[in-house]
Design a protein. Structure first.
Length: 252
């Protein structure tokens, strides 16, 4: 298994130990001296460059980063590596905003919508990403939705939503899959220090078990793990995070 570390939250480097894993490849793009979107595109393009040869070789890379935008780099890399995957998106949030609907201005809150082709002039176009159609994406858990996100999901033919316990090969789209896990899908009591804690989530063990069920289908071509958390406050937080990442990146 190839572990690819993208140690950034948006275009800001994470502090040392921000994501404490042994990586085979660490992505450090040449950030252009340009606007936010150009910088974020550079980060995703560098991620895609790392992912594509691994997928082309038939191996399953695991990408770890500080936010959900990087999924677009993982997906573009998987596509360039020869796959045409659907997306299974574990997240407490929908990440379905556009620049018009976001109320916080947090760009990570647009991540899934960008992968579906929103703002293609800013994102999928420059990145060389083929947007995924809404029927080829499924949201897992997503218990903390903003009104505009709920409206988007209510439209016919939109992205489906399923609970963690229902995840298996039959409830997700057919064919190859990119598995995206925002660790904030885990209940914050089980994973303290998240940037966007959303109570009422599943325990870490249920999330790990659901991921294993998908991996067991043999259809997952790339795993993308987002860790939007504050620096660990103490050794207990560090240990809890390390244990979760060890389970999610365990050899398979
Ligand atoms: N994947 C995440 N952690 N997303 C956080 C998004 C929070 C909120 N919905 C916003 O757009 O600001």
């Amino acid at each position: 298994m190839t572990t690819i570390l993208v140690p950034y939250h948006h275009d800001e480097p994470l502090p040392d130990g921000g994501i404490d894993v042994r990586a085979d490849v660490t992505v450090h793009p040449d950030f252009p001296d340009a606007g936010r979107w150009e910088r974020l595109t550079a980060l995703c393009a560098a991620t895609a460059d790392a992912v594509a040869p691994v997928v082309a070789s038939g191996a399953v890379p695991t990408v770890l980063s500080g936010d959900c935008l990087v999924l677009s780099g993982t997906l573009a890399g998987a596509q360039r590596g020869g796959a045409d995957p659907a997306v299974v998106w574990f997240d407490a949030h929908g990440d379905l905003h556009t620049l018009e609907t976001t109320t916080s201005g947090y760009l990570g809150g647009l991540s899934l919508r960008l992968a579906l082709g929103a703002h293609s002039d800013l994102w999928s176009g420059p990145l060389g990403l083929r947007p995924v159609t809404p029927e080829r994406a499924v949201l897992v858990d997503a218990r903390d939705l903003d009104p505009a996100e709920a409206d988007f999901l209510a439209a016919p033919g939109s992205v489906r939503r399923i609970p963690v316990d229902e995840v298996d090969g039959d409830t997700v789209p057919d064919g190859p899959l990119v598995l995206h896990v925002d660790v904030d899908v885990v209940d914050p009591a089980d994973l303290p220090g998240l940037l966007f804690p959303a109570p009422g989530g599943p325990p870490a063990s249920a999330v790990v078990a659901a991921c294993r069920r998908l991996l067991a289908t043999g259809r997952v071509v790339a795993v993308d793990i987002a860790c939007p958390w504050h620096p660990a406050a103490d050794d207990a937080e560090r240990a809890g995070r390390a244990a979760l990442l060890a389970e999610l990146t365990a050899p398979r």
